[in-house]
Write a protein that binds this ligand. Sequence first.
Ligand code: ZN
Length: 305
Amino acid sequence: MQANDNPKVSISQITTMNPNSEANSPVTIIRDAAASAKINVTTLRGNVSVLEGSGGNMGVLTGPDGKVLVDAGIPGTRARITKALASLSNDPVKHLINSHWHFDHTDGNEWLHSIGAEITAHENTKKHLSTTTRVEDWNFTFPPAPAGALPTNVFDNEQTLCVNGATLVLKYYGPAHTDSDISIDFTDADIIHVADTLWNGQYPFIDYSTGGSVDGMIRAAEANVGRATDKTIVISGHGPVGNKSQLIEFRDMLVSIREKVAALKKQGKSRDEVVAAKPTANYDAKWGGFVINGDFFTRLVYAGV
Ligand SMILES: [Zn+2]
């Protein structure tokens, strides 16, 4: 696959090609794609913007105390991220928040720390970055991150950050997409970065290797629906910036597919039999067009019911 903004190869296709090669892992494909990806900058409200194109969507708060970034992107895009940040303001990057430990949200930690950013994250993000971590469903083993990439400030449940005249509330979801996911609430602007608890218009990855589950994803989706008002701007981990109705749609999709898969599993069907029954058929046209197709998502749900 050639690097582009929107990789269309599914994880199931990749692992079928060569299950033993990390070269075919979605991790490698996403890292390579980011090296040539275009960065789109959108100012949302107040002094909050979003950068799209390098791994997970990156939130940016500008102001005299220095920029606050939510998620670090992929280092192959460093030059274009630097240019995009400079287009917003001259403030240096002083704070980086990791929404969770995954590479497409933390690979840029080391270079951002090297230019002066403190890194805040849930304690499990630091835990996973500090050690060798295997993600079975990505067919990839991550070595420990370099010391400069580790979070410098961790918390276990909730933390408030007052910066640039704004109040940011960081809240742990509990186990959801991983066991390290937090929401970042820009309370004054009524913008919430929900990271990989929302893949807007895409089936989500669920990382069972580090504590994620479909039921955890549903709990997080419920929390997001409960937090949002009709005016809230929602920054997703992947897919376009969204709103409350898209949070509801995503939650309903998860619940519906979970029920279908659980009912089939309860009848004693094997994983392959459940995949063959196509429980996601009514949803694939809308949600199955990105990295994870319906069959792969069915397998992820099956593992958790
Ligand atoms: Zn993730």
